[in-house]
Design a protein around this ligand. Structure first.
Ligand SMILES: NC(=O)CC[C@H](N)C(=O)O
Length: 395
């Protein structure tokens, strides 16, 4: 095993062994507390430009399979693990995690104290970092590069705050996911959803297909008219990387959808964009929520769900009172904070009371994660069905 070094922007350094590809990578270092689901994490486009530290010590035990990826490639900028499995064991495994990282050129590091790194990030907040191994550790004349040199390279990486990244992960061409066999009642037409791909995970259209929905997945750059041309019963905005404060095009696009009272559902980045479209602000969390066991309360019922998360930003809205005061001259009416994280009171869901629109900050598609929040897809289908009936009655 050859040497690798993890260098944080504040100068902290952790020495370990090469894992995955050899070379250099920089990004925002974040930690994920999931004990399962590393393959879904690696392939989640929301991790674009982030180096992910896994807090679970054994990673790679079940190798990599062909069924679980959430997109067509690994998106993490770098991977940090304590103790990778030497020999994966699963009937579905096609290759080891190390082989998969090497094949996709993802630089990683193993054998470091991931708990110490995580505690440091919890105290100091997430920051930029770099992983260096092989040639990246020596200069042109073959001498070891001083640590200050590596740290300077880290400090040149672009920060996550202010980053507009959806366009870098979004699909180039529209594609359609058809409803699953037997999911559309005989004689009925399938509902049509236009899903704006800001970094969509493949399980999301799948969850809609299970409920008799046809989903057109469209690039982040679409205009409102492109959406209307597809005659949607509902519009969906996906999860995705980057800072919602920079998502100007997406906010304008969503306002065009809300103005037309088309039923809307958003997940994660989609929730932040709904917040912004309604006139609320967003802010960066100190170290975010990334894992599969976050307790979230549905404030209408008091029921608590255990949920999957991956977010570093959040919507800024008061938790006092039944509704958030209308913004933008009340253009979109009343808004309620529907869900809240019980660990830290972060806003985890929004619901419009005068428009058919709602969103959550967490991941009801649950890949990987518990399925407690699957009801939200049923709620979206109900909203589309009811709005359709209402529209028909109005004509
Ligand atoms: N998974 C997501 O959609 C993340 C949204 C946003 N990039 C954040 O970090 O908060």
């Amino acid at each position: 095993m050859s040497e690798a070094v993890l260098v944080l922007e504040d100068g902290r350094t952790y020495r370990g062994e090469r894992f995955g590809a050899t070379g250099a990578t920089v990004g925002e270092i974040v930690f994920n507390t999931g004990m399962t689901g590393y393959q879904e994490t690696l392939t989640d486009p929301s991790y674009h430009r982030q180096i992910v530290v896994m807090t679970a010590p054994h990673i790679g035990n079940t190798g990599l399979n062909d069924e679980d990826p959430e997109s067509t490639r690994i998106w993490v900028a770098g991977y940090v693990v304590r103790d990778p499995a030497v020999r994966p064991s699963s009937w579905r495994s096609r290759r080891s995690l190390d082989e998969g990282l090497v094949a996709e050129g993802i630089v990683g590091i193993a054998g470091v104290d991931t708990r110490a790194i995580t505690r440091h990030l919890r105290e100091q907040g997430v920051m930029r970092a770099g992983i260096f191994s092989g040639e990246a550790l020596v200069d042109a004349s073959g001498r070891a590069r001083p640590l200050e040199d590596l740290r300077d390279q880290v400090r040149q990486a672009p920060p996550m705050a202010g980053a507009d990244l959806a366009g870098q992960v979004s699909v180039g061409e529209r594609y359609t996911v058809e409803p699953g066999p037997g999911t559309v009642p005989a004689g009925a037409a399938a509902l049509t959803v236009v899903a704006v791909d800001l970094g969509i995970k493949s399980m999301t259209p799948q969850r809609l297909a299970e409920r008799g929905v046809r989903t057109h997945v469209v690039p982040a750059s679409v205009e409102v008219q492109d959406i209307l041309d597809l005659r949607p019963d509902g519009v969906f905005f996906s999860n995705g990387p980057g800072d919602p404060a920079a998502a100007t095009h997406e906010v304008d696009l969503l306002r065009g959808v809300l103005d037309r009272r088309i039923p809307f559902f958003g997940i994660c980045y989609g929730n932040q964009i709904l917040g912004r479209a309604l006139g609320l602000g967003t802010y960066k969390l100190t170290y975010g929520h990334r894992g599969v066991n976050q307790p979230v309360m549905d404030r209408r019922t008091g029921k608590v769900e255990i949920t999957a998360h991956n977010h570093g930003f959040a919507v800024d809205a008061p938790l006092t009172g039944d509704t958030v005061a209308p913004h933008d001259d009340g253009r979109y009416g009343r808004v309620r904070v529907s869900h809240v994280d019980l660990n830290d009171d972060v806003v985890e869901g929004l619901e419009c009371l005068d428009l058919p629109a709602f969103s959550v900050q967490y991941h009801p598609e649950a890949a990987a994660g518990p399925h407690d929040a699957a009801y939200l897809f049923d709620r979206f289908v109900d909203l589309m069905t009811r709005t359709e009936a209402g529209d028909a009655a109005a004509h």
